[in-house]
Design a protein. Sequence first.
Length: 511
Amino acid sequence: MTVALTGNHLTFAQLYSVALRGESAALAPAAAERMNASRAVVDRLIASGATAYGINTGFGKLASVRISSEQVRQLQVNLVRSHASGVGAPLSEPETRAMMLLRANALAKGLSGVRPLVVETLLQMLNAKVHPVIPSQGSVGASGDLAPLAHLAHAAIGEGRAVFRGETLAGGEALKRAGITPLTLEAKEGLSLLNGTQGMLALLGLALREAYTLVDSADVAAALSLDALRGSPGAFDARIMHARAFPGAAATARNLAHLNEGSQIRESHRAAEKDPRVQDAYSLRCTPQVHGAVRDAIAHAREVAAIELNSATDNPLVFVRDAAGGVADGDIVSGGNFHGQPLAMAADQMAIAIATLGGIAERRLEQMTNPLTSMLPAFLTPEPGVNSGFMVAQITAAALASENKALAAPHSVDSISTSGNQEDYVSMGMSGARRLAHMLENLRYIVAIELLCACQGIDLLAPLQTGALARRAFDAVRTKSPKLTIDRPLSGDIEAVSALVAGGAIAEILH
């Protein structure tokens, strides 16, 4: 299905279909009309000889330099070339596709004063799978993601580099093989391609999708851990959640209660004389409050990103007043919509949420492997001593959890002056969003290790079984990793269960 871009109606589902499944996109006719109207305002200003930032002036600190009409086109090309100064590992194909779609949609809004041809060229590249090579480092997230977007534009004008059919080529050669005419930039079009937050938004948007999968998977892992540790689901009573009505906590409490419903393990120790414990450790008892706070943080980050999906984030913006009778009139207004602070703060919130979820998961698996806190055999092995069981799996989870804690340090409170002190307060949004993929990978491994430990613990409680819904997760894990009876390398098991989590097989149990 082709996604029709209007600049106003792009959804996360459409973003994921294009970025992850390779679906195509096209410019909606109504959007093309709005773009033509705003472009006419720009053309009229150029013809009048009036001055407007980014159209016939220099950029940033050089905004006071007037550019002659003969140099306007060269100005735009020079802008793209000079700003293509990123470094580091290139963005992945899904990240690149997301960025291309988002930039096209922002321009399709019709407030940038560029021709429909600019968006159509980006979409031709997207649909033909000509993917610019975009270095991931070099943006401070102030005038948008200048360097990353410049590398995108550099390929669109037939320069730079691009990947086509698995081969990295010169941008012009990639376009030629795909049958796409390189874009010749007119006034303002280079600037409009570069000013925007679509680098950080692409990374944040893709991270959100995986974060939802992982928080659901973490609920499933926690439910299995609760049974393995013979914990009590009493703390998940709906009345407790209603007394402190955070929506995320209520959702996790419902999940935990539902997953463990009908658990034989729970019934076996319900009587106080069989189990004198009154309350469980916080990592079990407070799972709704902690996982719930993570859920609410992710939901807030999603709300921020949802606004940005259909926002105009370049500068200046062109507002059409009257296009009737063939007269193009309007206002060209300079502002700061390119500043990434909202997304930078959302990315920080996401990072804290990811680190928190991994931290409590690691504590639960420590509870299971530590003979001082568990009624299970030491390190979940039937013969501790000759076997080490899950001892080092817990250490691996601890290493990953601590790494994520360090990575969660906020980026949005940092700033460094750039562009001759013109851009004197920056967001660091791109670097804040760029770390999320690595943090999510770490979290996947932690959740996978918790699943492995919990399933091992439940096996050690046989013939008692966990709840029917939780049993589905147990069975899914056991298709990838058999019960540990004697020591074996667990690296492959962790990788296999991590892939299971990434594919959504564990999270889908809740839906």
